[in-house]
Design a protein around this ligand. Structure first.
Ligand code: ASP
Length: 327
């Protein structure tokens, strides 16, 4: 009994020490008093941990934020077991996996692809659109042709085992309802600041599961799913894209930081705006991440359950729970 009590006491002590360290680490980041904390990378949801590792390899060796946010989310796109990013994602209602992605750098250059099929790394196609064309967004068969013309390989049109199983199950009722926080809408959005103080962002997704064939969400739309202004900061979004599109969510977060709001407050205000424009807000989930020019970060979501991964010199890749409007 005594041993058990001792053990419980020790566990409680360890837990509070851990919580204290975590809070301390966040304080270090958020109370930087204008001191630049860099490099830093943060990304949405649990798959952000592996993606951050990929990004950190570049950031820690003095690489650019642009390379980091591309290489980082490529880790997630590579994972065929991921049901919400890349070719392993859940299909639309016709059984097709269609991918959306966008990227933006410190010079305000940006590129995106939408409704892209059978290409493994939509984020790299988005980067090519940005770097090699006079355009910002390519869609569907045009985006696919552009990818093939630039050396990308056409992948087989097969669903992953798990996606196929889930799709067959869904077909039994064929009911469409975006659900809250379940594994069918978990885009990876990533924002980073490099050692030189430059910001970049990326966003890539298979979009909402069982969407209408042809539906495009917020992720490939610059200013909605992701936005960067190197003078101010960067932001990205996850959740039901239609609600984010209605308020140009990520651009709004950056503009709110420009007006002097902290990254946390900017995300919160954007969620409040989203609520005012989306009467169905109780039924959907949306989460924003923000990073300002000083390397301070913030997050806020509509519903409980949104989390993100952060990697910096002080915080070696940890998950954090976002605050939310609804409890
Ligand atoms: N925002 C994405 C979309 O609407 C989905 C997600 O974040 O999971 O396509």
């Amino acid at each position: 009994m005594t041993t058990r009590r001792k053990f419980l006491k020790l566990s409680a002590l360890m837990a509070s020490l851990f919580a204290f360290n975590k809070t301390k680490a966040i304080e270090t980041i958020s109370k930087s008093n204008g001191k630049q904390i860099k490099p830093v990378v943060l990304s949405t949801w649990k798959h952000g941990l592996a993606a951050n590792e990929g990004a950190w390899k570049i950031l820690s060796s003095n690489g650019s934020a642009l390379d980091a946010v591309e290489k980082g989310v490529m880790v997630t796109e590579d994972d065929f077991t991921n049901l919400s990013v890349g070719l392993g994602g859940l299909p639309d209602r016709d059984g097709c996996v269609t991918l959306d992605a966008s990227i933006m750098d410190e010079k305000g250059r940006c590129g995106g692809v939408a409704f892209l099929e059978r290409i493994k790394h939509p984020i790299s196609v988005a980067r090519l659109v940005m770097e090699k064309t006079a355009h910002v967004l390519l869609v569907g068969s045009g985006a696919q042709k552009f990818a093939l013309d630039n050396g990308f390989k056409l992948e087989p049109k097969t669903l992953s085992t798990e996606a196929e199983k889930a799709y067959k199950e869904w077909l039994k009722k064929s009911e469409y309802k975006p659900m809250i926080n379940i594994e069918n809408h978990d885009t990876i959005g990533m924002i980073a600041i490099d050692a030189n103080g430059n910001l970049s962002g990326s966003c890539t997704t298979s979009g909402l599961a069982y969407k209408i064939h042809g539906r495009v969400g917020d992720s490939p739309i610059i200013g909605a799913g992701m936005y960067v202004d190197n003078e101010v900061g960067a932001a990205c979004a996850t959740g039901v894209g239609e609600t984010v599109l209605r308020i140009c969510g990520s651009h709004l977060v950056v503009e709110l930081m420009r007006q002097g709001l902290s990254p946390d407050d900017a995300c919160k205000k954007a969620v409040e705006r989203l609520i005012s424009k989306n009467p169905n807000y109780k039924e959907v989930q949306v989460g924003f991440l923000a990073l300002n020019k000083n390397g301070e970060h913030g997050a806020y979501a509509l519903q409980k359950g949104f989390n993100y991964a952060l990697y910096s010199n002080e915080i070696k890749n940890q998950m954090f729970d976002s605050k939310s409007f609804l409890q």
